[in-house]
Write a protein that binds this ligand. Structure first.
Ligand code: PXG
Length: 441
């Protein structure tokens, strides 16, 4: 008998939901039962405009025919093949496609199943690379306050979101953090803020403290998403790159959110014109449809491993589902969709309209900052005294009731719609949001 996929089970207790107020949710569940293009369909038959591309991932929108067909076809052709010591054509084709799409220095691709795994993979490659080069004393990893790099032990160690770290013991040894880039004087910036390039100089302090020869890599989100959209100040990433290069430290861009068109180009590295040594991706790689991630590496890094006897495994790392056939098929179809519909350029073309509409919320109650870049926006609200996060959470619930999906983190509303959003839909989104803001306590 086919499962009924649209009615709500009468027992919600077994599923321990991720990053969710479980008890609260289960008293009053919000169930999604369908999705098409820019909209979700709820179990009570409502259409909800997707203002967040799911969780920053459904960049091509929902239910896109080419992706659906690719998954269906691949499931019938080859569902799974062992990922170690065997291959299947699509994983190689996908890697080639990513290499061709990536900035020049990136010639190799390591497949994972999520952003968290991409981060762990990149950190491990960085450590093993330093060792392969004869620089085994470089074992420290540097992250940044307010950084989000997923939820593996590597990611939460270099990450800087306090609640994601403090419950979980002592984490990785030998990690230090740069300061975050949120400066009050940059409030209501449009695009990259003016002030704060100097914050990258803190890396010199860390180098002086520990010695460059103990540091393997620095990892940052070129645009910090999860913490509530913090944009890199002008000149900041360039400075970070220069300091890393000068000290033989690898620079990792965590592009799990920024890759695949979010900023109007394939990668943030392209957008900012700053080249890291490793790039982590996931989310938009398959438009969120199937779990998959990828780490992009330069030839220099990859080739450092290709020494020794040829029958030997060069990197002792990988996942059962690295380059999974159905995920590969979904990713290729996703990249085809991006290309055929010119979605990255579309995002770039739509960005000025998006920026105007977003900043029109300035002056509404509780709004203390608005930030944007590409098809990303953030509205920071004044927290209710003594009750942080409550006001934004109310906004989330209220928006959902009014037919709009937004994300909130602390008292910041984050927006990141699918790249297919139209001007009319942008207008609808901000008119609902304006009503929501006016209705808040
Ligand atoms: N790095 C970055 C920069 C991310 O944004 C991850 C790694 C981890 O990816 P996985 O696939 O393991 O979840 C992320 C994930 C939000 C939100 O609302 C952001 C993420 C995930 C869920 C919610 O901001 N980012």
């Amino acid at each position: 008998m086919a499962l009924d996929r649209t009615t709500i089970p009468n027992d919600l207790s077994a599923f321990w939901m991720p990053f969710t107020a479980n008890r609260n949710f289960k008293k009053d569940p919000r169930m999604i039962v369908g999705a098409k293009d820019m909209h979700y369909e709820t179990s009570d038959g409502r259409q909800v405009l997707d203002g967040t591309a799911g969780l920053w991932c459904c960049n091509a929108g929902h239910g896109r025919p080419k992706i659906v067909e690719a998954i269906q076809g691949q499931a019938a052709q080859l569902d799974y093949a062992p990922a170690f010591q065997l291959g299947h054509p699509l994983a190689f084709e996908l890697a080639n496609r990513l290499r061709d799409m990536a900035p020049d220095p990136f010639e190799h691709v390591f497949f994972t199943n999520s952003g968290s795994e991409s981060v762990d993979t990149a950190l491990k490659i960085a450590l093993a690379y330093q060792r392969a080069k004869g620089e085994g004393s470089r074992t420290r990893l540097i992250g940044r306050e307010r950084g989000y790099h997923g939820v593996g032990f590597g990611g939460i160690s270099v990450g800087g979101i306090v609640n994601n770290r403090k419950f979980f013991g002592t984490l990785l040894n030998g990690v230090d953090h740069l300061p975050h880039t949120h400066l009050p004087e940059n409030a209501f910036s449009r695009g990259q803020p003016e002030h704060g390039a100097y914050l990258a100089d803190d890396l010199e302090r860390i180098v002086a403290l520990h010695g460059a020869d103990t540091i393997a890599a620095v990892i940052v989100e070129p645009m910090a998403g999860s913490t509530g959209v913090l944009l890199p100040p002008k000149g900041y990433l360039e400075k970070l790159r220069e300091i890393c290069t000068r000290h033989g430290i690898l620079l990792i861009f965590d592009e799990v959110i920024t890759a695949f068109g979010r900023l109007g180009s394939a990668f943030a590295a392209d957008h900012f014109g700053v080249m890291p040594d490793l790039i982590t991706t996931a989310k938009g790689l398959t438009s969120g449809v199937i779990p998959m991630g990828a780490v992009l590496a330069t030839a220099e890094i990859h080739d450092a491993f290709m020494t020794g006897p040829e029958h030997m495994i060069e990197l002792f790392h990988g996942y059962t589902y690295s380059g999974n056939p159905i995920a590969s098929a979904a990713a290729i179809a996703t990249l085809d969709t991006y290309r055929e519909e010119n979605l990255f350029q579309r995002a770039a073309d739509m960005a000025p309209y998006w920026e105007e509409a977003l900043h029109s919320l300035r002056g509404l109650p509780h709004v203390i900052d608005i930030r944007n870049m590409g098809l990303i926006g953030a509205i920071e609200l004044e927290p209710i005294a003594g009750e942080p996060t409550k006001r934004a959470y109310q906004a989330f619930l209220n928006a959902y009731d009014k037919g709009l999906l937004i994300r909130t983190t602390a008292d910041i509303i984050a927006l990141s719609p699918p790249l297919i959003i139209t001007k009319d839909e942008i207008d609808t989104l901000f008119s609902i949001l304006a009503d929501v803001l006016k209705s808040l306590d």
